[in-house]
Design a protein around this ligand. Structure first.
Ligand code: UT7
Length: 326
């Protein structure tokens, strides 16, 4: 008898060419580089070109991840795209990604958990791979979040950006799997629908027949973020029998540098282990974790065999954490 588990084999990311600085932002709304950096840590964000779709961004990230994992379109049998900004209301963004990648087998679908989308997608894919139903998956977080912004609302438009990241996750077999081996160890995901009015989009096919704009009670979201994220991480640690000291790298959702620092401090994770890209990317929703993960793999920080913790919180509220060894 062998044991089936899943492993991240390649990561890729893509950022649209256009960079929008805080100075540009202050020409649009009553804000300043000083305020944005002090309250969020953000210096700039990338903005998709008018003809650039979420699926294009997801495909660019996926192609790099596939190249690095050494897999081709013929190998992929599951594609899960975490996004809040699909090309169309339907079909799923994952259908467009599947077609553009030239994958013509298996299944493809989207997951909507806003900023927690990548954690929810990775958790879902891990279970499909372990079950034996699929063998080689693409988990993609891709967003054109700028399209949901009210460019007159300074409390939200300064925070977000566009981009995408992807991971190839493969099913593996071993005589017995343990967490010292490269592989996905565990997840904890949560939703509290009762808090949906604190962070939402004021449109949708069934309500207004428009796409709407992001609305957020920032300070109240902030208040819940550190507590919720910390409790998800503690649950993952407990299940895995590890502690903050065992983590090599902490790759959080990049919403706000103050939230990243608050979670790391509360859990006793050393600041030197925290991967932060919020200054360069802003909050790219479901794309932020794979973008940060790829950044730290490419610059040589994250290496094979190291223990990585990811976490996110977003609209819904949704929140969660995952633990894996590269
Ligand atoms: O990824 C999904 C999850 N989202 C999050 O985790 C976001 C959580 N929330 C946050 O990160 C923070 O709450 C924000 C960055 C959104 C806001 O920071 P804050 O320290 O909570 O500021 P605030 O909303 O309490 O606003 C403080 C002041 C207000 O002015 P008064 O009432 O003190 O005069 C705002 O009107 O800052 C004002 N303000 C701004 N000033 C300049 C709000 N936005 C801006 C702005 N530029 N862009």
């Amino acid at each position: 008898m062998t044991e089936r588990f899943s492993r991240i084999c390649g990561v890729g990311s893509y950022l649209p060419k256009r960079i929008m600085t805080n100075e540009e932002m202050s020409a649009l709304v009553d804000t300043s580089d000083e305020w944005i950096q002090a309250r969020t840590g953000i210096k700039q964000r990338h903005i998709a070109a008018d003809d650039e779709l979420t699926s294009d961004i997801g495909v660019a990230a996926a192609q790099l991840a596939m190249e690095r994992a050494g897999v081709s379109a013929d190998d992929i049998d599951l594609i899960v795209v975490a996004t809040t900004t699909p090309d169309r209301t339907f079909p799923a963004c994952a259908s467009a990604v599947q077609a553009k990648l030239g994958v013509d087998q298996g299944a493809a679908f989207d997951i909507q958990a806003v900023c927690s989308g990548f954690v929810f997608a990775l958790s879902t894919v891990d279970k499909f791979l372990k079950s034996g139903e699929f063998s080689t998956a693409l988990v993609i977080g891709a967003e054109t979040f700028s399209r949901l912004l009210d460019w007159n609302d300074r409390s939200t438009c300064v925070l977000f950006g566009d981009g995408g990241g992807a991971a190839v996750v493969k099913a593996e077999e071993a005589a017995s799997y343990d967490s010292s081996m490269s592989g996905i160890i565990g997840h904890h995901i949560r939703t509290d629908g009762g808090k949906s009015e604190l962070l939402y989009v004021d449109g949708g096919p069934s309500s207004t027949q428009t796409i709407g704009h992001v609305r957020m009670d920032g300070p109240r979201v902030f208040k819940h973020a550190v507590t919720n994220i910390s409790s998800a991480i503690e649950a993952v640690f407990e299940d895995a029998g590890v502690g903050a000291e065992d983590i090599d790298w902490f790759v959080p959702h990049q919403a706000n540098q103050r939230i990243l620092d608050g979670v790391a401090k509360k859990l006793g994770i050393d600041g030197s282990k925290v991967v932060s890209t919020v200054s360069q990317h802003g909050n790219t929703s479901a794309a932020s974790i794979p973008l940060a993960l790829d950044t730290a793999i490419q610059d040589g920080r994250i290496k094979t065999g190291q223990l990585v913790l990811i976490e996110a919180m977003g609209g819904g509220f949704t929140w969660g954490a995952s633990l894996f060894r590269m």
